[in-house]
Design a protein around this ligand. Structure first.
Ligand code: ZN
Length: 284
């Protein structure tokens, strides 16, 4: 792992995600997804791109302090590594809510080569091969879904608001509705994102969690001085298991983007001056 200071624990040691290195480029994959042979997928790091300054170097956000040319070059780099063509991508338009959009081949290129009419959606689902779902991150939690039986996929951006709104469960419900997905067949990946170590909030936000999950508040919300630390990973895991996902089918990255902001863009650790990571998932 590059960029970690001596003596600091390697963030991927306890991770169930796989670290992949290609020259300067680092990206992360979910072994159970790879084993199916049904998808191309990955989660980017901030390493291996062409951008400079606060968005150095693999910035994948067009809305960041970066040129569109650099962002396009960065997409070429990561897509080539993942075996995805940039024209196959469709972007979400994330608003920290719980809506999920069903997309198909008519949506390919939206957000990248042409304007998108997909608005207000934090989740994307499809059963069409050759369409790469793409969602964006800088601390929020990426959720990957693969139904190997019905050959369908989903990606969801689960920040704290969307986590309270149970976007993971809503993505599964949409897959059930459109693809007859049985959650007990599904594989799920919970990607690199802000951990309980760094996700510090004030009391009003903490209370939203303790009110909604009174039974689990001791584990999910830890008080440190006057602040509260929320465990989004455990909460999402709990929500997914309650929605019918088998515990053994969940792969957890257990990697905090804020602790490791030399490897990942982190809104919190970089105080808003940062770039954008992306999650990619495509049926082959
Ligand atoms: Zn941390």
């Amino acid at each position: 792992m590059p960029g970690t200071s001596p003596g600091k624990k390697d963030p991927m040691i306890d991770s169930q995600f796989k670290e992949n290195k290609l020259g300067e480029l680092y990206y992360y994959t979910i072994p159970s997804f790879t084993e199916t042979g049904l998808v191309k997928h990955g989660f980017s790091s901030r390493l291996g791109g062409v951008s400079q300054g606060e968005v150095a170097s693999l910035n994948l956000g067009f809305k960041r302090k970066d040129s569109a040319d650099n962002v396009k070059k960065n997409f070429q780099i990561i897509c080539q590594a993942l075996g995805i063509e940039t024209r196959q991508m469709v972007f979400s338009d994330q608003v920290h809510k719980d809506r999920v959009a069903l997309v198909d081949e008519t949506d390919s290129g939206k957000g990248f080569d042409r304007p998108s009419d997909i608005r207000g959606c934090d989740g994307l689902i499809t059963n069409r091969p050759g369409l790469a779902l793409v969602t964006f991150y800088a601390d929020c939690v990426p959720l990957y879904f693969l139904d190997p039986r019905q050959r369908a996929i989903g990606l969801a951006h689960s920040g704290w608001r969307s986590t309270l709104a149970e976007i993971g469960k809503k993505t599964l419900l949409a897959m059930q509705e459109y693809f007859a997905t049985d959650p007990s067949d599904c594989l799920v990946g919970i990607g690199p994102s802000i951990g309980q170590c760094c996700f510090e909030v004030d009391r009003p936000v903490a209370e939203l969690f303790t009110t909604n999950y009174p039974k689990y508040q001791a584990e999910l919300v830890k008080k440190k001085a006057e602040k509260y630390h929320i465990d989004l990973w455990s909460l999402i895991r709990l929500q997914l298991i309650n929605a019918g996902i088998r515990e053994e089918n969940i792969t957890l990255a257990s990697t905090c983007t804020a602790c490791n902001n030399k490897v990942f863009f982190s809104h919190r650790a970089d105080k808003g001056k940062t770039g954008s990571l992306a999650a990619f998932l495509m049926l082959v």
